[in-house]
Design a protein around this ligand. Structure first.
Ligand code: UD1
Ligand code: MG
Length: 451
């Protein structure tokens, strides 16, 4: 059965108190909307329709950046969830499979849960995702009759007895496109909110002799974001869950609660992550690497056996091969370090390639930026870059070459050569002692004047 996703993302999110549309606020570095899209994408949908409204252009740009094929439709006036889904009708013209409706502000619905709903669709016309709520609050209530879902009542419209029901509506619904739109045509706004409720399709289905049921999931999956406090709670929930998954998969986290992961962080088994490590988006760490305390990584790849940190910063395009060492106060950006290369102390290596087993001494800087353009530094294999070398790019240092410490390299260094570019040293016998005496007597004179 082919599937289409309809993701509702038109709401303003007033309680966020933000100029940014709610669904673009981020959890683990990805907009809420992208979490919903990624989860739905596991069903390999034939079409993905996003219903936008507030901040439509910005939402569309983010959605299409993530999935070029996503179709965005604008719901100019938000007259309810049923009204919102109606807006997807044209985008789904000719589509005959199943439609799954998701919310753009509900990031944690698991793909497995959606798969369970798709399965339940085999024997029911309408499938709703429900959950047992610890505090049912204002959620819509699922009125069951045995295994059948009889109807959904919104809190505002519910009787006292219905409000006592704890099985609540998550908002996720599945039905065939044909059934969904036929039922939506019958939905009116004759209710306490004056809105077109998507939830009304259940009662209407039953009246038409169609079957409906509820699949349930853990309440944590249905967590929605309406405020900054919710956003922080969602972030915490994401981090907790992802840390637990990594521990289960064989990654050592010395102090899991201090490690912050991005939505797409990949870490292989037998890697050790020390306390206070932060992952931005786009990081892959292979098996058996070590990321030491207080390091910050984003957009980079770390191979087996590499040791990074403590206090290292890997920026986008940092590519570390096997057994590379990147030590404290070192920043690597858009640079490839071949196997066993070492940059252990206080260095900046940007827009560069560093050959196998090359050692970069403390305080080395690739001067990659001339104020307008960026330039590359290429260093060969088994080279030795002396401490405090400035590599003024574009520049190439050959295999097995050396630079003397303090050298400012402005011309290419041939293979096997030693580059030395610094002022010659002179020693003036006794001059230091003379200077000290002079300065100390000056200090004594000043002290006397002030007393
Ligand atoms: C909805 C459900 C309720 C359920 C709850 C779960 C209905 C009528 N009620 O209520 O049963 O328990 O979600 O959180 O469906 N949206 C649009 N356009 C609109 C209206 C809403 O895109 O015209 C989007 C919102 O941006 C949001 C989602 O749909 O992402 C849900 O809308 P919301 O107003 O939060 O619905 P609830 O009243 O919470
Ligand atoms: Mg809501």
């Amino acid at each position: 059965m082919s599937t289409a996703l309809v993701i509702l993302a038109a709401g303003k999110g007033t309680r966020m108190r933000s100029d940014l549309p709610k669904v673009l606020h981020k959890v683990a570095h990805a907009p809420l909307l992208i979490h919903a899209m990624r989860s739905g994408a596991e069903l390999e949908p034939e079409r993905t329709v996003i219903v936008t409204g507030h901040g439509a252009e910005a939402v569309e740009a983010v959605a299409r950046d993530h999935d070029e094929a996503a179709i965005c439709v604008v719901q100019a006036e938000q007259l309810g969830t049923g009204h919102a889904v109606q807006h997807a009708r044209d985008a789904l013209a000719g589509f005959t499979g199943d439609v799954i409706v998701l919310y753009g502000d509900t990031p944690f619905i698991r793909p497995e849960t959606l798969a369970k709903m798709a399965e339940a669709r085999a024997s029911h016309d309408v499938v709703v995702l429900g959950f047992e709520a610890a505090d049912p609050g204002k959620y819509g209530r699922l009125v069951m009759q045995g295994d059948a879902l009889h109807k959904i009542v919104e809190f505002k419209d519910a009787t006292k007895a219905q409000r006592a029901i704890t099985l609540c509506n998550s908002g996720v619904v599945a039905a065939s496109a044909e059934t969904l739109f036929a039922l939506l045509d019958k939905v009116d706004n004759d209710n306490a909110s004056g809105e077109y409720y998507l939830t009304d399709i259940v009662g209407l289905a039953r009246t038409d002799g169609l079957s409906a049921t509820a699949v349930t999931c853990d309440e944590a999956e249905t967590m929605g974001v309406n405020s900054r406090a919710d956003l922080a709670a969602a972030e915490a929930a994401f981090q907790r869950a992802r840390r637990a998954e990594l521990l289960d998969s064989g990654v050592t986290l010395t102090a899991p609660e201090t490690v912050f992961l991005a939505y797409d962080t990949h870490i292989g088994p037998d890697t050790e992550i020390e306390p206070n490590v932060v992952f931005g988006p786009g990081v892959t760490i292979e098996n058996g690497a070590q990321i030491r305390a207080f390091s910050h990584l984003e957009g980079c790849h770390v191979s087996r056996g590499a040791i990074v940190g403590p206090y290292a910063r890997l920026r986008p395009g940092a590519e570390l091969s096997e057994d590379v060492r990147v030590g404290n106060f070192v920043e690597i950006k858009n640079a490839t370090l071949e196997a066993r290369a070492k940059v252990n102390h206080l260095s900046y290596v940007g827009d560069a390639s560093v050959g196998e087993a090359t050692n970069i001494g403390a305080g080395t800087i690739t001067c990659n930026y001339d104020g307008v353009f960026k330039h590359r530094t290429t260093i060969g294999a088994r080279a030795f870059i002396g401490s405090n070398t400035m590599l003024v790019a574009p520049v190439t240092v050959g295999d097995e070459a050396m630079t003397a410490s303090g050298t400012v390299v402005t011309r290419d260094v041939p293979e096997g050569a030693l580059a030395m570019a610094r002022a010659n040293q002179t020693n003036r016998e006794g001059l230091a002692r003379k200077m000290f005496d002079m300065l100390k007597s000056k200090k004594a004179r000043k002290a006397k004047e002030q007393s």
